[in-house]
Design a protein around this ligand. Structure first.
Ligand SMILES: Nc1ncnc2c1ncn2[C@@H]1O[C@H](COP(=O)(O)OP(=O)(O)OP(=O)(O)O)[C@@H](O)[C@H]1O
Length: 366
């Protein structure tokens, strides 16, 4: 049997690229490197990007077409090439980022996102380059907290890759899944979809050089946390809790997750949010609505620093809703409390980096 190029190209012209009405030859996907040697045929297929969803099925379909139209005995060797450079390997995703800090809470609604937003702005006020990733894929709140709900991040080409450009607000580079999906839909996402979206926001965005990359994680312990520790070497975690007993029990679980020997992310410290209520007209009065100093005691018991105590104040809630984080307010006691907390995070990160080895990314078991 004689095999010649036209036979192969005619066979490949029967393979359609789904959804376009074109076959893979018309679509220019067959590279000009066809080699025929006896019964052995080799060539390359060109795809737009390594994550093209049809990559595997089109390779199989091409092989099947050659077997069907040319002959079963043909040995087919297909290589794949992509126009876009692949995403760097895990471990080399954010080469310009110095410190990655996860802000976590055991329980929902304790003010974790508020603390993460104020930490990011506080660090930026101290002159650091800061990025913020809203990894709370099931309840993204950062677009609102930074008053950029209507932002539509676009992509730019960098070194042969299309990278998402983070939105900038108060000098902070920020991305949230909230920019890409309807918030009501996000809660319906299956775990795997959410984890993939998160990997894209980390690995396919142009974060550039950052001193601090803050991750606002979902409450509790979830697949998202697992994805984060398998994708990034997290320098340290900040755990937010209220002094309430139920919140403290969940905070303990959060600490244990990071300290688990397989995860090994150092705890930079705890933050007591809603530590007491202070009415605006009686700034010296403190009412301990959720109990007194529960987080302080937990910090002592777990031998981790207490990084700050933030009272319940109406303006924190209002400023969060208005998109102007409280830490911007130099004149307020709470603004100063958030600023002092940001300074403590810098201090503890410095201490952690001096005393402990860099965090290792958790390996994915296949
Ligand atoms: N110290 C505070 N004083 C007053 N209001 C606060 C304080 N901290 C947070 N809040 C308000 O409480 C609500 C919940 O806060 P936030 O969204 O930060 O919590 P969360 O723990 O991130 O929630 P989720 O579990 O949904 O991710 C928001 O309306 C926020 O403005």
């Amino acid at each position: 049997m004689e095999i010649y190029p036209k036979l192969i190209m005619d066979a490949l012209a029967t393979v359609r690229y789904p959804g376009t009405g074109k076959n893979i030859v018309e679509a220019g996907m067959v590279e000009d490197d066809l080699r025929i040697s006896g019964l052995h045929v080799s060539f390359s297929l060109i795809f737009d990007k390594p994550t093209n969803p049809f990559l595997k099925s089109l390779v199989k379909a091409s092989e099947a077409a050659i077997h069907a139209y040319v002959g079963k005995e043909v040995e087919v060797e297909i290589h794949t090439k992509t126009l876009q450079a692949p995403r760097p390997e895990v471990g080399q995703l954010l080469p310009g980022v110095k410190n990655i800090i996860a802000v976590s809470s055991g329980k929902g609604g304790v003010g974790k996102s508020t603390v993460a937003a104020n930490l990011a702005v506080g660090l930026s006020k101290l002159g650091y380059k800061v990025g913020l990733l809203d990894a709370d894929v099931f309840g993204p709140s950062m677009p609102k907290m930074f008053h950029v709900e209507d932002a539509h991040p676009y992509a730019e080409s960098v070194d042969g890759r299309d990278l998402i450009v983070p939105v900038e607000s108060y000098g902070i580079k920020m991305l949230s899944i909230g920019f890409f999906v309807d918030p009501d839909q996000a809660t319906l996402w299956r775990g795997a979809m959410a984890c993939n979206a998160l990997k894209q926001l980390i690995g396919d965005a142009n974060w550039g050089d950052l001193d601090y990359f803050i991750l606002d994680t979902p409450p509790g312990t979830s697949d998202i946390h697992l994805t984060l520790v398998q994708t990034l070497p997290i320098t340290g975690a900040v755990i937010v809790s209220t002094p309430q007993k139920v919140a403290l029990a969940d905070a303990r679980k959060g600490i244990n997750m990071y300290q688990n020997e397989k995860v090994n992310v150092p705890i930079l410290g705890l933050v007591e949010n809603m530590a007491w209520f202070t009415p605006a007209e009686l700034p010296q009065n403190k009412y301990y609505l959720f109990g007194k100093e529960g987080v302080k005691r937990l910090a002592e018991e777990m031998h981790v620093p207490l990084l700050g105590q933030i009272p319940i104040v109406q303006s924190i809630c209002e400023n969060g809703d208005n998109g102007t984080p409280e830490v911007l307010n130099d004149g307020s006691q709470t603004g100063q409390a958030f600023m002092a907390f940001a300074r403590r995070v810098v201090e503890e990160t410095g201490r952690r980096n001096a005393e402990q080895a860099p965090t290792k990314i958790v390996e994915v078991k296949k």
